[in-house]
Design a protein. Structure first.
Length: 211
């Protein structure tokens, strides 16, 4: 099954985000305190992500008070807080696998999509710039996938503040519950180089104070 990444970002992801919010709203209404905290965390965000697939013009996702929209520019009065450059072939392959496995219809995947907007992360970063190149290594049929990410920057620099590399099998182990995020850090499975002190500070802050 083939899913074009740009179409996914423009059409499918906002719907997935909205479904995740609906799930959280229903759980919170039923008395789930954690769902309410997650809901408040997402609704607290006013910010946009500019996502570029290969050499195509960026797709901009704007989040405000629990709503997400897609366009060529951020929504009015919504600042761009995240910039990222993504490889189209890898994203298309991963989306296709997710669709074939039925993952895009899973409630928890929808909730995860909603949680891509996080006031806790925004507050922890506190407006400070952070740039990184993240490599997912040993992806079947794709090899190494590199994603360039910048927070609170006006453009992605040629040289990031730090780099991080994670093997695909280890990421799969986390997904299956065989490893935790802490295991990646403490076990040296996440290889990092450069000045990643801010990233570690934020990660530890979020891990030690979960929702």
């Amino acid at each position: 099954m083939s899913i074009l990444p740009i179409e996914f970002l423009r059409d499918s992801f906002p719907r997935l985000f909205a479904r995740g919010m609906e799930v959280l709203e229903n759980r919170a209404a039923a008395g789930d305190a954690r769902a309410q905290r997650m809901l408040d965390d997402v609704k607290g965000v006013t910010g946009a992500a500019s996502l570029q697939i290969d050499d195509e013009p960026p797709v901009v996702l704007s989040a405000r008070q629990g709503w997400l929209s897609a366009g060529d520019a951020p929504a009015e009065d919504v600042p761009i807080r995240i910039m990222a450059a993504l490889p189209g072939n890898a994203l298309e392959a991963l989306l296709g696998e997710a669709a074939e496995a039925g993952a895009l219809d899973d409630e928890e995947v929808a909730v995860g999509a909603a949680q891509t907007a996080s006031k806790r992360f925004e507050d922890a970063l506190a407006g400070r710039p952070m740039t990184c190149h993240v490599t997912l290594a040993d992806v079947p049929d794709l090899g190494h996938i590199e994603v360039r990410i910048g927070f609170n920057v006006s453009a992605l620099p040629a040289e990031p503040g730090f780099t991080a590399e994670l093997r695909f099998p280890d990421l799969e182990s986390v997904r299956r519950g065989e490893l935790t995020v802490q295991d990646l850090f403490l076990g040296g499975k996440l290889k990092m180089e450069g000045d990643y002190s801010l990233a570690l500070q934020i990660a530890m802050q979020l891990l030690t104070n979960p929702l």
